[in-house]
Every structure is written in structure tokens, then in C-alpha cells.
Design a binder for this molecule. Sequence first.
Ligand code: ATP
Length: 599
Amino acid sequence: MAEPKTAELMEKIVSLCKRRGLIFQSSEIYGGLNGFWDYGPLGSELKRNIKDSWWRSMTRFREDVVGLEASIIMHPRIWEASGHTSTFSDLMVDCLLTKKRFRADQVDPQSGTAYFYSGASDTVLGKECGDAFSVLLPPGKPPESARKTARLFYQDRGLQEPTLLGERNEPVQNTTRYNPENGSLLTEPRPFNLMLKTYVGPVESADNISYLRPETAQAIFVQFKNVLEVSRQKLPFGICQIGKAFRNEINPRNFTFRSREFEQMELEFFIKPDEAIEAICGSVAKPTGRGHPGEPQPNWGWQLWHQYWVEERLAFYESIGLPRNSLVEYWQKPDELAHYARATVDVLFKFPFSKRDANGELAGEELEGIAARSDFDLSQHQRFSGKSMTVFDEELKTAWTKLDPAKQTELAGRYQQTRLSYLTKTGEAPEKAARMAQEEAEGLGKGYFVPHVIEPSAGVDRLALALICNAYAEDQAPDEKGKMESRVVMRFHPRIAPVKVAVFPLLKNKPELVNKAKAVRDLLRAEMSVFYDEAGAIGRRYRRQDEAGTPFGITIDFDTLGEKGPELQDTVTLRERDTMKQERVKIGDLLRILTEKIR
Ligand code: ATP
């Protein structure tokens, strides 16, 4: 069957999400709340599976990463240190006519003829409005259409029958100053802080303002020292966290893609600065090309660690069913990088609503960013909290004493330069910055430094949406009588499928079948999510599970009860969702077979 067109496809996906209980609009009976979503019975299982897969691969299966679960509301100074209070803003513009708000960088460039008005008068009321206004018309639209929009603008400003003043027009190219929906002029862009504010305690005063965290990462930085102490980890090691984050997005859109409340899965992987690696290992290994650099080595600097995490993350996405060709590895250009970042790779997924590139290919939208953030974060918290964030490294101290003095001077000099550059950017007075940088460089020789960090930061909800979009398929399947009919099938990877297996007694009015089926259900459900269904024809029941994305179906029939002889007794049919193939397997083997497939 041909692939549905993208807008149509997205509509089908959104409606399936509601119909099958993957995702509902939040507060729906009250008309909904823009940017907030609820996950239904299947959606909550899906999200749980995503988070479990991430958690297992990030920490349980690794020696060098430990977990954290921190509070959502934290000390407001944290957001000053992280820069969120002053710079976590998007530029917004409002439509002067409808007041609809847009993110300035998301307004599509348009060309056409702009009509300008210097104001309007109303002879009936004897009033005038001197506000300038303009309207953009696409090529071919008559000027009257601009006048109509302009009159609405002046009516909104108190005139009843506006006569437009000073009309003139000129062609414009690729402008983002007009509302693409109605041609009205937009306000000048102005910053809008995305953090959601609240008050902690009974008094609503400025002193009690706090924020719902806009990212989970900062808690990891502020608990870095505690975790280091209790976990007996040594650098390089990481701390990971899954949790809610909140951003008052100007324009939530594309279903759950840009929400105001969402969940993040973040890792902060702490490494030694390159100067320390060079002192210990003699040199820092350099990447020899793209691809996975293999098992971590002691002589890796930030570049190889960054590359390692990019590849690990791509492998994770593939392991839960996103094919490599649905993903894009986007290396941010130097002018796109945050000032403290040395490199950032965005992992993009080709959502049906993604823009298309010059070749007509889906360009992809961000699922995750993997950033090499230098020592910026811990340095900031060190400055703002007054608490040391340095670590002591015995290996470095010993290695340093064995370096020849010229090498010591070179490494200390380089370290001093980068610290000076950081301190100067923070606004420290030049003399103080120079003194601090020198002290820190001396500290390096004694084994002390502020760790650098590699941060893979992913969104649970965006990943859930990517998996849903990727899973959605329409194909043909035989009905009860073997006639082909179209089916919707969610091809979730068994690892993240909301329900792993459905158990069906062939008939619901035969107690022997029902009892046996319930025994199979009970056998399996300690290990996986099982759905028991006895209602309706078996073909219908399969179809319902195909739509829910359940990868396996088990049918208990009369052969199971031994009615066709002992060799089939206690065997069931195991049906595979994608191929629709059925095989006969022993009940005693089910747990092993299924566990292998879903792990
Ligand atoms: P964008 O540019 O799309 O706003 P970002 O670069 O600001 O994203 P980060 O601050 O790097 O995003 O956040 C890390 C991850 O958190 C993103 O890759 C994304 O998966 C998720 N995320 C961020 N903002 C949202 C949101 N509003 N809704 C859902 N997920 C989000």
C-alpha cells in the first residue's frame, strides 16, 4: 500500500494515539491546555519502556555511570549560575492583529508586496489613530485585501469606520516580519524567558520566586561532589537522570514534539581536561575518522569521548527500532554553538512534519543533543555557590612530577589560558581573573582541576513520538475467511512495545480453554506486560493487537488441551505481528522464547 502523504499521515497517527490510548490531550474535557499531554494505558507503558531501556543501557549495564533523582524545584541561584535566568529566552513576536504569538526564528520567510499605512481617521467619531501598520500580500492578491486587514487593525484601536491614511507599497523578499496566516505586521522581536515561575512558601514575594526546572542537567552538576564521594567513582564517570522538565514554550506544536511539560533523559559524563590526559599519557589520542572509536582508552580527550557518546547514542536508537536511515547526525556549525561548547551533535529524527531539504528529503527534527561543554557548568556552580568543584587526581599529581619542566610550563600555560578566557567572559576583573587562572594552573600541577563534561541530553516524549511515527504502517492481512483486508499495524520494536504479548483462548465459553489461557497469562506476566483477551473472533482480536503494536500473540486451542493427541498437548500457537507467521510451541518454552525476543 502506498505511503500516506505526510499531513494525512500525521493526522492518522494523532487519531490512532487517541483511539488506542497512547496519548490524550491534557484536561480535554475542559477544552485542553496547549502544550500539555497525558499518556493513556498504552502510552504510559511505552514511555516506561523507553525510560527503562535508556536507564539500563546508560547505568545498569555500565560500570562508569550512576543514577540520580533530584527535585524539580531547586534553589533559584542554580538558574543564575546556569545562565537560565538571564539568557534562557527565545525571541518572540506577536501578530498586531490577532495577538497570536510566534517564535521569531520559526516564522517562515515570505515574499510579496507590503502595503504601508501611516494611520487612519474616522470622520463619524471624529477620531484619528496615528499608529503605523503594514500588511504583506502574496503575489497576485488585490490591494483591497490589504486594506481590509488594515481596517480591522484600526477598528481594534477604537475607530468604527477607518479611512486609511498614507498608503504606499513596495515589493519585499524573504521577510519574516509578517504573520504568515493573515499578512499582518508582527511586533519587533523581544526576548521571552521560558522558565515557569512559582513561589515557594506562603508568601508571594520576589524573595520566594522559584522555577520549575527547564532541564534536569543542573541537578547533576550541583550534586556532583556528593555523588562522587558516595559512589567511589573516579573520572571518567557519569551521572544520569530521568525526569520532568518545564518550558513555557511560545508556540507548542507538532503534537507532543514541542510541549511545555516534558521528560528528559540526561547524562553528564565527567572527564579530565586534555592537559591532564597529556600529562598522564604523554599525548591525547585524536579521532581518525567518523564512527565508533571502540572501547574507551585512558588517552582519550574530549574529542574522542564526544565521538564515543554520539555513536553510543545512535546505537541506542537503533537498538529500540529506529533505523539508521531515519536518523540524521547533525554537527552544529561554529556559529551555532553555545559559547562554552566545543562541539555539539544533534541527533535528528525524520518526523513526517519535518521540513524538507533542497533534495526534497525530510531534514529531521532534534531528538537529542550531545554536547562537549568544557568545564563551564561546574565552574559556574563553583563561582556562584563558593563551593569547590575541583577533583584531586593522584595519577596526575604523580605524572606531573615526572614531566620535564618545559612540558610542565607548556601544559600549565595552556590550562591557564583556557581558564583565563573563561574567567574573563564571566566578567571577573582582569587582575583577579589573571590571579585565579594562575592559581588554577598551579593546582593542575598538584593534581587538581575542574572536570570537563560531555552531555547527551534526550527527550522522552520526542522519542516516544518518533517511535510511534516510525511504527505506524498500513498493510494487508487475511480476515477470518482468508480474504485480504487492510490493517493498521504499529511495528514497535519488541523492546519498547507497550504490550509484549496477548493471550487468547480460542473460545470464551469453554472453561478448559479459558482456564488454560489464564494460566499462560499468569506464567508470563511476572516477566512482561501481557494482555488477555477473550472477546470476539480471533482474527478481530489479532487485528486489535496489531494496532496496539503487540509483537506476539498466543492462542490456546483444543490442540493445547490434547484433543488431537498427546504430542500437541500443552502447545500453543505463537503468532508474530509483522510476518503474521504462526508456530506451535510448548507452553514450557514460552517464557524463554519471549524473554529472548523482548530483551
Ligand atoms: P529545541 O531547539 O527543539 O527547542 P533544545 O535544543 O532547546 O530543543 P535542549 O535544551 O538541548 O533542547 O534539550 C534536550 C532535549 O530535551 C531535546 O533534544 C528534546 O528532546 C527535549 N526537549 C527540549 N525542549 C522540549 C520541548 N519543549 N518539548 C519536548 N521535548 C523537549
